[in-house]
Design a binder for this molecule. Structure first.
Ligand SMILES: Nc1ncnc2c1ncn2[C@@H]1O[C@H](COP(=O)(O)OP(=O)(O)OP(=O)(O)O)[C@@H](O)[C@H]1O
Ligand SMILES: [Mg+2]
Length: 327
């Protein structure tokens, strides 16, 4: 839609975790280094947590692309409530064929697979994404898999990746044995304001667009609205480009993003789950929500006014105008 207008070869803010767009700011590069460190140092269990949409799956995809022939890597990423028999998923992850679904048979086949890889000089790594959905019993089963040994070497390395609830689950007293085996762990936090600006520029550049497409104040404002969470940043930037194209704006200004975001705030979707309104007195939750939305709008406008003063004093922000800086 807007690709030609802005000179993109492809959409810069797609919602799928594409390693080609990987941005390695300080948090993501530390996360990646920790994952690599865990793999190379034969860590029994490595844990990567991070907020929803922070970039965990993106990092794992990158790690997988990067994995050398010395590793046999299996990935389980489907762990919703009906997860069922862990061994079946392990077998699928490593492409182990079996006529039977029996846990004992699959366990035996997997143990043999581990020994074969070991004999071939390979290390076997099982990555479980969305691990926040795993219950205690499944985590315990996973721990038992990491107990399989040959000589004195442990044959399976486990990498668990999940949202912050995973950390809460692991803190429970029942999982002490599991936690003692965690050699490396890292929590991926959202991007800082500067990183958000670089992230936006980076994705625009990879897609072939002009690096300064998003005005400095717009970048700052997007960080504020999205709290530095990459998936939200992608969503806001993608919609901002649609609005920009509709207005034939050569640059995405903070005003344009403000108008777009506040329209979505009013429609009640943007900020859902982020905007708190339990402190607002109102007769019905609906009214409280509406009040919260207008409060969010006011705060956003104030933030934008301050940012303009700091970053671009020549162009003060006046709410209600659609004048896009740069066009
Ligand atoms: N470092 C990064 N470089 C480039 N894009 C990123 C980065 N981190 C996240 N993204 C983008 O943000 C979006 C969300 O990332 P991802 O799916 O990896 O998050 P997640 O932490 O796995 O989320 P969830 O908790 O829902 O599983 C993706 O579209 C991805 O492309
Ligand atoms: Mg994910």
């Amino acid at each position: 839609m807007y690709e030609n207008f802005y000179g993109f070869k492809e959409k810069p803010f797609s919602m799928t975790p594409d390693p080609a767009f990987l941005y390695l700011g300080s948090k993501h590069s530390t996360g990646l280094s920790m994952l690599r460190y865990g793999l190379l140092n034969r860590a029994g269990i490595t844990v990567l947590t991070g907020d929803i949409g922070a970039g965990k799956t993106t990092l794992i995809r990158h790690l997988l692309n990067d994995a050398t022939e010395d590793f046999a890597v299996g990935l389980i990423s489907n762990t919703h409530e009906s997860f069922g028999n862990l061994m079946q998923w392990v077998a699928v992850a490593f492409d182990i064929k079996s006529e039977s679904d029996s846990k004992a048979i699959l366990y035996d086949l997997f143990a043999r697979y581990l020994i074969e890889q070991y004999a071939a000089g390979k290390r076997t790594v099982l990555i479980v994404d969305e691990a926040q959905n795993l219950d205690d019993a499944t985590l315990e089963e996973l721990r038992l898999l990491t107990n399989i040994n040959a000589d004195k070497d442990q044959l399976l390395q486990l990498v668990l990746v999940g949202q912050p609830e995973l950390r809460t689950t692991l803190r429970s007293a029942r999982l002490v044995q599991f936690v003692q085996r965690i050699a490396v762990d890292y929590h991926l936090t959202p991007l800082s304001a500067d990183e958000t600006g670089h992230y936006i520029e980076h994705r625009v550049r990879i897609a072939g667009g002009p690096p300064d497409l998003f005005h400095q104040v717009a970048r700052r404002f997007i960080h504020y609205q999205c709290s530095g969470v990459p998936r939200l940043i992608n969503s806001v930037c993608d919609t901002a480009l649609v609005y920009g194209f509709a207005e034939q704006a050569s640059q995405i200004s903070a005003e344009l993003v403000f108008d777009m975001v506040t329209e979505r705030i009013t429609a009640g979707l943007f900020g859902a789950g982020h905007i708190k309104y339990d402190d607002i007195e109102a007769e019905t939750p609906e009214q409280a929500y509406k009040k919260a939305m207008s409060r969010a709008r006011r705060r956003a406008a104030n933030y934008l006014r301050r940012s303009h003063k700091e970053i671009d004093p020549q162009q003060p922000f006046v709410e209600g105008t659609k004048s896009a800086s740069g066009d």
